[in-house]
Write a protein that binds this ligand. Structure first.
Ligand code: GDP
Ligand code: MG
Length: 315
C-alpha cells in the first residue's frame, strides 16, 4: 500500500478560478464561430455554455478528488488504524463526504439556472442569472473551504506513510535506538534494507525481505520506538507500534549490553513486548565486543538466539 501518489488538494479559490476561466475560454471559442438565431438566442447559448463548463469543471475536479482518495472504510486494518492515529479521522471522513455534497449542490444550481436562462426572454436578465449562478457556485465551494484544507492536511501526513505489505508474513525487529536493529535487518535479509525515501528516512521504518525460491516470502520490519504512551508517540513510533500489534507474527527483540540505553529500560520494553502474546525471539547484539562471561550470563537468563538460529526460526 502506497499513499505517495495522492494528488494535492487545492484551495477552494483555485477550483472556482479554474472553472470560470475555462467557461470564458469556451464561450470565446463559440463566439468566434457563426452562431445561429436572434441576439437573444445567441446570448442564451453563450451563457448556457458557461454554466455547463463551470459545472463540468467543478464536478469533474471534485470527482477526481473523491476517486483519488483511498476509501477509508476499506483500508487494511493497519492503515486504517494508522490514519486514526495520525489524522483527525472523523473530520477527514466528514470532509470527504462534503465533496459529494458540493458536487450535488453544483449540479442542482446548474439545473436551476440553466432552466431559468432557457426560459428567459430578457437579455439583461440572462446576464444577471449567469452572475447569480457564479455567485452561488462560489459560495458552495467556499462552504467546503475548511474541508478541502482538512483533506489536504491529511494527504500530507498520509503520503509519508511507509509502504508496508499488509498481506505478507511479517517479522518485526524491536528494541531501543542504537542497539543494532537496522544492522540485524541487514544481516538477516542480506540485501540493503529498502529505506523509505520520504520523511521517515532519518528515523526510518526499514523494510527487508527474506526470499524463498526467488519470491518475497517474509517482510522484516525495523520498528523503532520505545513504546511509551501511544498519544506521546511520534508518527514513526505509531507506525512501529501498529506494525508490531497488527502485522507482526514474530518479534525479534534486540538487547544491547553495551547499553546505549540502560539495561533496566531495555528489560522494561522487553516485558512490554512480551505482553503482545506473540512469539518473541531475543537477540543479543554486539557480542563481538562483549566479554564471553557477560554473554553467557545473559544467555542463561534470556535464552537468546544467534543470527544463524534466527534465520532458521523465521523462515
Ligand atoms: N561491534 C558491533 N557494532 C554493532 C553491531 N550491530 C550494530 N552495531 C553498531 O551499533 C550502532 C547502531 O546500530 P544500528 O543498527 O543503526 O542500530 P538501530 O538504531 O537499533 O537500528 C552502529 O554504529 C552499528 O555499527 C554488532 O554486532 N557489533
Ligand atoms: Mg535503525
Amino acid at each position: 500500500m502506497n499513499f505517495q501518489g495522492l494528488e494535492k488538494i487545492e484551495n477552494y479559490k483555485f477550483y472556482i478560478d479554474l472553472a470560470f476561466r475555462k467557461a470564458t475560454e469556451k464561450s470565446s471559442q463559440i463566439r468566434g464561430t457563426k452562431l445561429k438565431g436572434t441576439r437573444l438566442d445567441k446570448s442564451r447559448k453563450l451563457e448556457i455554455v458557461k454554466l455547463d463548463t463551470v459545472k463540468e469543471v467543478l464536478y469533474g475536479r471534485l470527482q477526481k478528488l473523491i476517486k483519488g482518495f483511498p476509501d477509508l472504510e476499506s483500508l487494511p486494518e493497519f492503515y486504517k488504524e494508522l490514519v486514526k492515529a495520525t489524522v483527525d479521522y472523523p473530520a477527514l471522513k466528514k470532509s470527504l463526504g462534503s465533496l459529494k455534497w458540493a458536487q450535488n449542490k453544483v449540479n442542482e444550481m446548474h439545473r436551476n439556472y440553466a432552466s431559468k436562462i432557457k426560459k428567459c426572454r430578457d437579455l439583461a436578465r440572462i446576464n444577471g442569472y449567469r452572475t447569480e449562478y457564479y455567485g452561488r457556485v462560489s459560495s458552495i465551494l467556499k462552504q467546503i473551504k475548511d474541508e478541502l484544507n482538512c483533506i489536504e492536511q491529511a494527504r500530507r501526513t498520509m503520503r509519508e506513510y511507509p509502504s508496508i505489505k499488509t498481506g505478507m508474513k511479517t517479522v518485526a525487529i524491536a528494541g531501543f535506538p542504537n542497539v543494532g536493529k537496522t544492522t540485524l535487518l541487514f544481516r538477516l535479509t542480506g540485501s540493503k534494507p529498502d529505506i523509505q525515501p520520504y520523511a521517515f528516512t532519518t528515523k526510518g521504518i526499514n523494510v527487508g525481505y527474506i526470499m524463498k525460491d526467488g519470491k518475497k516470502e517474509f517482510q522484516v520490519l525495523d520498528t523503532p520506538g520505545t513504546l511509551n504512551r501511544f498519544d506521546k508517540m511520534n508518527t514513526i513510533e505509531k507506525v512501529a507500534f501498529l506494525a508490531i500489534k497488527l502485522l507482526a507474527e514474530k518479534i525479534i527483540y534486540v538487547f544491547d549490553l553495551t547499553e546505549p540505553y540502560p539495561l533496566e529500560e531495555q528489560v522494561r520494553l522487553y516485558k512490554n513486548i512480551l505482553q503482545t502474546k506473540k512469539q518473541v525471539l531475543v537477540y543479543l547484539s554486539k557480542t563481538d565486543i562483549l566479554e564471553k562471561d557477560v554473554v553467557e550470563e545473559f544467555s542463561e537468563e534470556y535464552k537468546n538466539v544467534t543470527l544463524e538460529e534466527l534465520k532458521k526460526l523465521i523462515s
